[in-house]
Design a protein around this ligand. Structure first.
Ligand code: MRU
Length: 337
């Protein structure tokens, strides 16, 4: 076993573990995650989450299963189950396709582990490359706004949008971060605020509905968000609420940038309409157990992601390049392939 460690994943001799993100920020509990069936459950309940990280985690679970002596047929079956664990983030399909392609060549467990480790390390490098490009966007002293969590908890590296923001702070260009709480599962409030606090980056939590006021009042110079799938024409899916934020940013003339690695680009998807959107349990919107605020019978709507048209994108920060909205619509992604 090649030891690997990130903010939310550990792959060591004693196995594969994930940091249970449902318990943050109050408790840091690591869970066993090697068995692919266990990993499917962790991915479904968002104990491990974020587009790039679920691809990396699924690849490592498959590698673990190979190390345990699983047959080629059971590995292919497990890859299929992992692939179907969540439908929107294409990184999961991308990672499983890489592992399955290798299995089809008759690869053994050592090669599977090497491939999973390569997927992990490449993600770290992709994050660094996005951050290098993205930092150039900022003028010194900017205040930025972000939605959901796109940091070290969502990737194997420093993050996508949050990675750019972190490096921007370290370069003296980002002064303050407004964090959308991100209804209904609060990835902003629970996870992004936790990451920023541990790095000592000044931040302020807002409810999603407060962003428009800050944009109107000129208190935010730039909005940066992650992406779960970028279609060929530059439309992209990200955590629900991103589309509304993009509309508000455009109305108020504030630059709006999705940040994504190449593993999030799906050239087979012509436009945003073709991106499958995960629908989650209505109970997440009503609240559950001691934290239920709506009547248990209240019907609720719970799409986990929305699609932002490339028309609202100032520029997309990739590891390979930065493309403006116009470049995206003129086939810029295909040219980069
Ligand atoms: O449902 P989640 O928490 O997995 O959603 C995550 C997001 O929407 C992120 O913004 C996205 O994965 C891209 S950032 C790495």
């Amino acid at each position: 076993v090649i030891p690997l460690e990130s903010l939310a994943l550990r792959w060591r001799d004693r196995g594969l573990e994930i940091l249970d993100q449902t318990l943050l920020p109050d408790r840091e509990v690591w869970l066993e995650a090697g068995d692919p069936r266990l990993m499917v459950q962790h991915i479904r309940r968002l104990a491990v989450r974020g587009a790039p990280l679920i691809g990396v985690a699924a690849a490592l679970a498959l590698a673990w299963y190979g190390e345990m002596g699983a047959s080629a047929a059971s590995l292919v079956e497990a890859a299929g189950e992992l692939r179907r664990a969540r439908p929107t983030a294409v990184n999961l399909m991308w990672a499983m396709d890489r592992m399955t392609a290798l299995l089809e060549t008759g690869a053994g467990s050592a090669e599977l582990s090497l491939e999973a480790a390569a997927i992990f390390r490449e993600d770290v490098a992709l994050c660094d490359a996005m951050a290098r490009h993205g930092v150039r966007l900022f003028a010194p002293g900017e205040t930025v706004l972000t939605h959901c969590n796109s940091g070290g908890l969502a990737t194997a590296g420093i993050g996508t949008a949050l990675g750019v923001i972190i490096r921007g702070f370290q370069a003296g260009r980002v002064r303050h971060v407004f964090v959308d709480e991100t209804r209904p599962l609060l990835q902003g409030a629970r996870l992004t605020a936790w990451e920023l606090a541990r790095l000592g980056i000044p931040h302020t939590l807002i409810t999603d509905s407060m962003a428009a006021i800050l944009l109107r009042d000129g208190r935010v110079q730039r909005v940066l968000v992650g992406a779960d799938r970028v279609a060929r024409n530059g439309d992209f899916a990200n955590k629900v609420g991103t589309y509304g934020l993009a509309v508000q940013a455009r109305y108020h003339g504030v630059p709006f940038h999705p940040v994504a690695p190449w593993s999030t680009v799906d050239l087979a998807c012509p436009d945003g309409q073709a991106i499958p959107i995960e629908q989650r349990d209505e109970a997440e919107v009503r609240g559950q157990g001691d934290h239920r605020w709506a009547a248990a019978a209240t019907p609720a709507f719970n799409p986990s992601f929305d699609v932002t048209p490339s028309e609202l994108v100032t520029s997309l920060v990739l590891d390979r390049a930065v493309l403006t909205g116009a470049e995206l619509r003129a086939g810029g992604l295909e040219q980069l392939a």
